[in-house]
Design a protein around this ligand. Structure first.
Ligand code: S6P
Ligand code: ZN
Length: 193
């Protein structure tokens, strides 16, 4: 078999404390304006946006593309904070392809991984460093940082999985994680029909 350059093994250097990978060909920042529709308290969102477009999290990607495969590694670092009463979190998405799972690994911090079929089944996995979770196909996934420090997690998936954000924006997760007396609490949310 004739190998191309992309078909050879590759290793990265990962720093769990900072969430950095080296080499890192792509960094995607997500600011509050990118999550406008995701947080419940729209007034709180707009008030903060008048002052600054707060950085909520950033994603460092490495695509492992070969002649016959399309895996990727993504390290997400969620900064601590609250919007209204709701903790900083990822937008959340469902993979477009119905055969695409993902593995998430909580490297640092504390929070929740919310998993929702958006059709009646829901799980909230309490997350801290060392927890590895398999996300089966067709479960929307969102990570919430409830700690005072950054939450760093790694995701391993296929690039061809596709990301459906609109379904999450329109239906919403079944539960939100809010701060009550400084402690995280899961609250059921009235779902948009
Ligand atoms: C991709 C994987 C992660 C997320 C990242 C940010 O399938 O689940 O790399 O893209 O954690 O979350 P989101 O919801 O903004 O894509
Ligand atoms: Zn995903």
């Amino acid at each position: 078999m004739m190998l191309k350059e992309i078909d050879f093994p590759i290793s990265l250097n990962f720093q769990p404390e900072s969430g950095m990978i080296e080499p890192c060909p792509q960094v995607t920042p997500r600011h509050l304006s990118d999550l406008r529709m995701m947080f419940q308290d729209h007034q709180a969102v707009e008030k903060i946006l008048e002052v600054e477009d707060r950085l909520i999290y950033e994603i460092r990607y490495y695509p492992f593309v070969t002649s016959h495969s399309d895996m990727a590694l993504a390290v997400t670092k969620i900064f601590p904070g609250i919007i209204g009463h709701e903790y900083h979190m990822t937008k959340g998405h469902k993979h477009e392809r119905p055969d695409q799972a993902e593995v998430y690994y909580c490297v640092k911090g504390e929070g929740y991984l919310l998993l929702d079929t958006l059709e009646g089944d829901f799980r909230a996995i309490q997350w801290n460093a060392g927890v590895v979770t398999h996300i089966p196909p067709m479960w929307a996934h969102r990570v919430v940082n409830t700690g005072n420090d950054v939450l760093v997690f790694m995701g391993i998936f296929h690039l061809s999985a596709g990301h459906d954000y609109d379904i999450v924006a329109s239906k919403g997760f079944s539960y939100r994680v809010i701060s009550v007396d400084g402690k995280p609490k899961l609250v059921e949310q009235f779902r948009n029909k």
